[in-house]
Write a protein that binds this ligand. Structure first.
Ligand code: NDP
Ligand code: HSE
Length: 431
């Protein structure tokens, strides 16, 4: 039996999880793979740090570059996070013929095209199951299991931290900051949690999924990405009153003209839609293919063990790749699609919340602006407000192109009876 030599770059939440679970299930993995997955070196930023899982001193590397120089390291596992250093590590590992495993969605979203170009040129596989949806094997499903399909669309709750925050706010009345602190303590959040709450962590994952599904590397600069920072307890209550749950959703849609919509938006999901019931750190991705029809993936989207499960599945693939040459190195480009649909052209229903003067005629003025733009209102909520305070006005808007709704909203904001930051969230269909 041959050992597979692994170099771990990063020993934080995920890196330590990989180490622990390789130990825990060593006998099982050996039986299944006929190989021993052996960690030969571990690189960390601060070797003097106190750790919940201690790093065996003999394995400690002074620098992540040591993993590249060690001939016994056949697979480099990048779990440091960040951008420039992981990029350098991964590119150099590929140049030196070392297989790469990474969970770094931010890096792949920004530099996936060049990484996979080099991987293909050097015939070195790059595996990244942990980069999207934690423990859910969605990369393998999209890349391999659904190879027969044109993807019609995907809808995904693909950030565990934001789903955890929204769930805690809705079910326990927790404020945003406390819910975020809980998610950080549990190891769900990114080192920079701004990426979780501003939607970009989900944006990176949507880019990876869409790129895999449509065969061109989706450019991040043109993506519509909105986060959950502006969602108030009031929004959650109004949504519930109307029969919806607020979720941060990734939207990936093939359009009839061959373009592809990719976006991340806070969305009102009808309670009868299965995605509305995805709670806490759980993620779910609903995939629609032209051959398979509808399929749903559900599981823990972040955290030590679920993510380690995905990394170890990549290590098993790496072990196979070491023995048998492959023709696919992580991403297969093709020319059937290739264009991102401008977000302004995408049609959907919307939830609009405004702060307004509590005076007669205000609703008529706002409805007038929407009417002039040929935008229909399906329902209105205006809860009673104490004398002299600003009123909250919630409008549910019928299907309309986003660009048209944004233009009308600019006119509405210019009205002297409208105050503060409005909230505009997409409304998802029942299925
Ligand atoms: P952590 O912040 O917990 O761990 C990062 C690790 O990388 C630490 O051990 C740190 O060292 C080490 N590190 C950072 N910079 C360097 C450097 N320059 N040289 C050597 N080591 C370095 O992050 P996570 O484990 O949470 O995440 C790691 C990656 O996995 C990220 O890309 C993240 O997006 C991704 N991911 C995370 C998930 C999660 O649930 N947490 C889920 C899916 C993906 P030290 O310990 O000394 O500080
Ligand atoms: N911060 C990410 C999340 C980790 O909360 O989903 C998993 O990618």
């Amino acid at each position: 039996m041959r050992d597979i030599g692994i170099g771990l770059a990063g020993f934080g939440t995920v890196g330590a999880g990989v180490f622990l679970n390789l130990e825990k299930n060593r006998a099982l993995l050996r039986e299944r793979m006929g190989r021993d997955l052996v960690v030969r070196k571990i690189a960390v930023k601060d070797p003097a740090k106190n750790r919940a899982v201690s790093v065996p001193p003999a394995l400690l590397a002074k620098n992540w570059r040591d993993l590249l120089d060690d001939p016994s390291v056949e697979v480099v596992v990048e779990l440091m996070g960040g951008m420039e250093e992981p990029r350098e590590l991964i590119m150099e590992a590929i140049r030196r013929g070392k297989i790469v495993v990474t969970g770094n969605k931010a890096l792949l979203a920004e530099h996936g095209a060049e990484i996979f170009r080099l991987a293909t040129e050097k015939r070195v596989p790059v595996f990244y199951e942990a980069a999207v949806a934690g423990g859910i094997p969605i990369i393998k499903a999209v890349r391999e299991a659904f190879v027969a399909n044109h993807f019609r669309r995907m809808r995904g709750i693909i950030n565990g931290t934001s789903n955890y925050i929204l769930t805690r706010m809705a079910e326990s009345g927790l404020d945003f900051a406390s819910a975020l602190s809980e998610a950080q303590a549990a190891g769900f959040a990114e080192a920079d949690p701004a990426l979780d709450v501003n939607g970009w962590d989900a944006g990176h994952k949507a880019i990876i999924l869409a790129s895999l599904a449509y065969g061109f590397w989706v450019p991040s600069k043109d993506l519509l990405v909105e986060g959950i920072e502006g969602i108030t307890p009031g929004d959650i209550r109004f949504a519930a009153q109307l029969g919806y749950t607020i979720k941060l959703l990734g939207f990936i849609d093939a359009c009839p003209d061959g373009s592809v919509e990719v976006s991340v938006q806070p969305s009102l999901v009808p309670n009868e839609n299965i995605l509305a019931s995805v709670r806490g750190v759980f993620n779910a991705i609903a995939v629609r293919g032209d051959v398979v029809g509808d399929a749903l993936f559900y599981g823990r989207g972040a955290g030590q063990d679920p993510t380690a499960s995905s990394v170890i599945s990549d290590l098993a693939d790496a072990a196979i790749a070491l023995d048998s040459p492959r023709e696919s190195f992580g991403f297969i480009p093709h020319g059937l699609y290739g264009k991102l649909r401008p977000a302004g052209e995408v049609t959907s229903a919307f939830y609009l919340r405004l702060g307004v003067d509590d005076q007669p005629g205000v609703l008529a003025r706002i409805a007038g602006v929407l009417g002039e733009s040929n935008i229909g209102i399906s329902s209105v909520i205006q809860p009673e407000t104490p004398e002299g305070e600003l009123a909250v006005l919630v409008l549910m808007i019928h299907d309309a192109p986003r660009g048209r709704v944004i233009s009308a909203l600019q006119k509405i904001r210019a009205l002297d009876c409208v105050h503060g930051e409005p909230a505009l969230y997409r409304v998802e269909a029942a299925s």
